[in-house]
Design a protein around this ligand. Sequence first.
Ligand code: KIV
Length: 287
Amino acid sequence: MKNTVPKIVNLKNERVISMMTAYDYPSAKAVSEAEIDIILVGDSLAQVVLGHDDTLSVTIDEMLHHVKAVTNAKPTSLVVADMPYMSFHSTPKETLYNASRFIQEGKADAVKLEGGSKRKNMIEALIDAEIPVMGHLGLTPQSKNVMGGYKIQGKTLELATKLLEDAVLLDQLGCFAIVLEGVPSVLAETISENISIPTIGIGAGVNVDGQVLVYHDLIGMKSKEYIDAKFVKRYSNQYEDVLESMKSFKKDIENRDFPTENHSYEAGELTEENIKEWKKEVKKILS
Ligand code: KIV
């Protein structure tokens, strides 16, 4: 059965919520079949799919293209579309227009956006228009230039308090969940205990209501030079498997070991005899 926003909210204090990113039809199929509660079409696609250095350059249209591919898989997981940089920063009206494209054209169930009190008006506009919003606090990658890189957030009492206040605000505004990324475990635990909606952690320790990982990190779809963040656990090494498959294919066709008879089509009417005749005809036609 399809997951809904109220179902996800009710899972707080019931069991751990699972969330995974997915960016296309086959990954969405796998995530859904594994009964992961939420699919996030994350703006991390800028890096893991499109090869950009950060998430700042991915556009609404590019995100939408992938949201559509994910929802075409008809996953039972709730589908959350990530609002890319500058799609929710200027006015509530523009934010609403951009988010509505994910819902109407992309058929997403909800949107996610980074930031706390600064985005209050935008979040209010979305919730007022019946668009469920997932918040995202802590190490918010779209703020990397202001943060001076990807740094763990909330390490002083003052900054921890600010993050806690932001989480309480998002809860009060009506967000249905909050991603907590790159924050000390004790802060994530304190936030989780003091708000009514689920927290989904990534680099936020054990004591949160759910966990999320990036699909390509989890399956190891990363070339050798890529160094995983501390919070990543690889469950397989797909890049190595794919690489070996490509090398085997190249070797097989060079040795003429592929395709074999089994991969080829039978002659039908094209017997040796009439092929000879036909080839003569072909020569005549082409001369
Ligand atoms: O874009 C993304 O993948 C995310 C997750 C890391 C939460 O925002």
